[in-house]
Design a protein around this ligand. Structure first.
Ligand SMILES: [Zn+2]
Length: 147
């Protein structure tokens, strides 16, 4: 088994989704390959954290209330013209948003335009806080990133 396949199979392995043969191949690869072995250990920690997390029970009748709402929505959609009108309204709202966005961008001075465009880029988002589960996971997988 090669590393890319082994890395893909680690999570399904932890979830007990692999057959006996695939599981055996992965286990022997993890023993022999230090890189995949390290990744396996790191992901095991995350898996244990989630497995040990506190679980909350849904309030009594929750599933029944959700399903009755789903059924109510389905029966409301029996008139196709209402669906068409809704789709047309969505298209209109999107077109209006694009038009107003274009107008706004045209009115902006070049310096402001640059600030606005940079504020829309993904790099302006804050990474997950380091003390959160997501932050811990990112910190552990940081070594695997190639950029
Ligand atoms: Zn490997």
């Amino acid at each position: 088994m090669r590393c890319p396949k082994a890395k893909k199979l680690i999570s399904p392995y932890m979830d007990g989704e692999l057959g006996p043969m695939e599981r055996g191949h992965l286990e022997s690869h993890i023993r022999e390959c230090s890189q995949c072995g390290d990744l396996f250990k790191e992901l095991s920690k995350v898996h244990e954290m989630f497995a040990g997390a506190q679980r909350f029970k849904a309030p009594y009748g929750f599933a029944g209330r959700v399903m009755s709402r789903v059924t109510a929505r389905k029966t409301r959609n029996i008139f196709p013209i209402a669906g068409f009108a809704r789709a047309a309204a969505v298209c209109f709202i999107i077109a209006a948003g694009i038009t107003s966005g274009e107008t706004t961008m045209k009115k902006l001075q070049p310096a402001n335009k640059e600030n606005m465009v940079s504020s829309l880029s993904l790099s302006s988002f804050d990474p997950a806080p380091p003390d959160s589960i997501g932050g811990a996971y990112l910190a552990m997988t940081e070594g695997d990133r190639e950029d």
